[in-house]
Design a protein around this ligand. Structure first.
Ligand code: AMP
Length: 541
């Protein structure tokens, strides 16, 4: 009988049974004076002991503001030091951090705040063209009691960072220790909005246990130690930044180097060279932008050894260039999704080069995966393409306040249905073939067509709309909207684009528009998006 497409990551290394606070404290005890965090755009440098002090002060400040165990605290910010401090402070007091994409605008912010029931929100100072405080003023969030502005902002009705730290003086160390003892590693500590293929994004709820262990084994596969310095240009609001980046460093005592508030290829190369980074993360489009930087030759990248490329299909040629031109001989590819903390597959430096550039590697320790026929649910033999399922400690606790959606994603045998199509070879290496869901990935940002459609339905002249992803040289995929206008409507592509601007995140605004009389439909009344995609291809888009 041919072997089934089932693998289990047997391992001699035990899972960690500890909270994020406990794991962090162990690292602080081992390496108090080594550098923990470097944030170049803020001129911040902290040792592990200093970072612990900053986290404990924020934790006590939040307690002084009345934050209780289980309360949700939103964070809406690009990559600032305060994000890392909030990430490591909130689990100490049992608060659940709600990651909000800094590219979000009023509608998405309002949805996340209300769906998760945030009572506190931490927001960044204005960045580039975005004034977070101004956008917040347009939002109705009845449960939101406290807003904390970091930087030097002084906004009426809110606290700034310094005030919260001053309030910390009113809560004793003993009070904080007592609160810490109430935390358990299976408690929820993080909500991330994702995977809204069937409606608005859902809040994947992760525990101490799921992300601490995932981060630890990610770091193991990269062979991280306290001598490594990891450059993190990927966003913190996503697992790539906060788990593969920050927490992988916390579990191994490596230094987090933050090159800029949001991705910039030049700042990233500059940070690697100036800080002598040994590791660098990125989605494929980031590495492409770095390799294509006009002054690439100017940067000395010889300190690099490893890093992770993930988040979207990783082109073989890009992987090869990263190994040769960026010196990342031990670069690894990881595959995962937010609902699984996120990583389930990852290559290692010992894998043969062909596997390291053309597969997502083998299953992670303590994780099970299988590939099934999506129609019948039957497990497939090796070499056959089907839907990838994963199971184990890494699974989210569920979608926040959405048991129906949770049941739709995790079946009775506790398998997470990823919606990704994959194939497993005889040795257990997996390649991702495509997506059975229609999510668009534009430059590493996930876009859920349904969400953009829902938004466009709000335009008075649009009768119906179907959004698809089309290939794009720069971003991998671009958003295309197929629109049926109301009779007699007169609106141009440019007017529709203009209408979207400022109302939804810029990366979700369709690049292409096409006006049609009708969509190709199935008998059951569903738009046949694959036919739209085919037609878009023949149009050269
Ligand atoms: P997210 O929940 O934002 O992490 O997005 C997860 C999705 O990104 C997966 O379901 C995949 O479709 C895609 N993805 C992540 N990593 C890879 C990879 N290495 N290769 C191909 N697709 C990937």
């Amino acid at each position: 009988m041919p072997e089934n497409s089932y693998v289990h990551g047997a391992s001699d290394v035990s899972l960690i049974g500890a909270t994020i606070g406990e794991v962090f404290d162990r690292t602080v005890a081992r390496f108090p004076d080594r550098e923990a965090l470097v944030v170049r755009h803020q001129d911040v440098r902290m040792t592990w002991a200093e970072l612990k002090d900053a986290c404990e002060r924020l934790a006590r400040g939040l307690m002084a503001l009345g934050v209780a165990k289980g309360d949700r605290i939103g964070i809406w910010s690009p990559n600032w030091a305060e994000w890392v401090i909030a990430q490591l402070a909130t689990p100490r007091i049992g608060a659940i951090l709600v990651n909000i994409n800094p590219a979000n605008r009023a509608a998405e912010l309002e949805y996340a705040l209300n769906q998760s029931g945030c009572s506190t929100l931490i927001i960044a100072p204005p960045h580039k063209a975005c004034n977070y405080a101004e956008i917040l003023a347009q939002v109705e969030a009845p449960g939101l009691r406290t807003v904390i502005y970091f930087g030097n902002q002084m906004v009426a009705g809110g606290y700034n960072w310094g005030e919260v730290l001053r309030l910390a003086e009113t809560v004793s160390d003993a009070d904080l220790r007592a609160r810490e003892r109430e935390q358990h590693f299976d408690d929820p500590i993080n909500i991330q909005y994702t995977s809204g293929t069937t409606g608005f994004p859902k809040g994947a709820t992760l525990s101490h246990h799921s992300i601490v262990n995932n981060a630890f084994f990610i770091g193991e596969r990269m062979r991280l130690t306290e001598h490594d310095r990891l450059c993190i240009p990927v966003p913190f609001y996503h697992c790539f930044g906060m788990v593969l980046g920050n927490l992988a460093c916390v579990t191994h005592g490596s230094t987090m180097v933050i090159p800029a508030a949001s991705f910039d290829p030049g700042e990233t190369l500059e940070a690697v060279a100036a800080e002598r980074c040994t590791a660098l993360h990125g989605v494929p489009t980031m590495f492409i932008a770095e390799l294509g930087h006009p002054e690439f030759q100017r940067f000395d990248l010889s300190s690099l050894r490893t890093g992770i490329m993930a988040g979207a299909p990783c082109p073989v040629e890009v992987m090869r260039s990263v190994v040769t031109r960026m010196h990342m001989k031990e670069v690894t590819i990881a595959y995962g999704m937010t609902e699984t903390s996120p990583v389930s597959f990852q290559t290692v430096a010992d894998d043969p080069i062909e596997k390291r550039v053309a597969s997502v590697g083998r299953v992670h320790p303590h994780v099970e995966c299988k590939i099934i026929d999506p129609e019948t649910g039957a497990i497939l033999p090796r070499g056959h393409t089907g839907e990838l399922l994963s199971r184990g400690y890494l699974l989210m606790l569920g979608y926040w306040a959405d048991p129906a959606a949770t049941r739709g994603a995790i079946d009775d045998a506790r398998w997470m249905h990823t919606g990704d199509l994959a194939v497993m070879d005889e040795e257990g290496y997996v390649s991702i073939v495509g997506r059975s869901k229609d999510m668009i990935i534009r430059g590493g940002e996930n876009i859920y067509p349904r969400e953009v459609e829902e938004f466009l339905y709000g335009h008075p002249q649009i009768r119906d709309v179907a959004v698809i992803g089309v290939p794009d040289e720069k971003y991998g995929e671009a958003v295309m909207a197929w629109v049926i206008l109301e009779p007699l409507a007169r609106v141009t592509e440019a007017e529709l684009s203009e209408w979207c601007r400022g109302r939804i995140a810029q990366f979700k605004v369709p690049k292409y528009w096409r006006f049609v009389e009708a969509f190709p439909m199935t008998i059951s009344g569903k738009v046949q998006k694959y036919r739209l995609r085919e037609e878009a291809r023949t149009l050269g888009r």
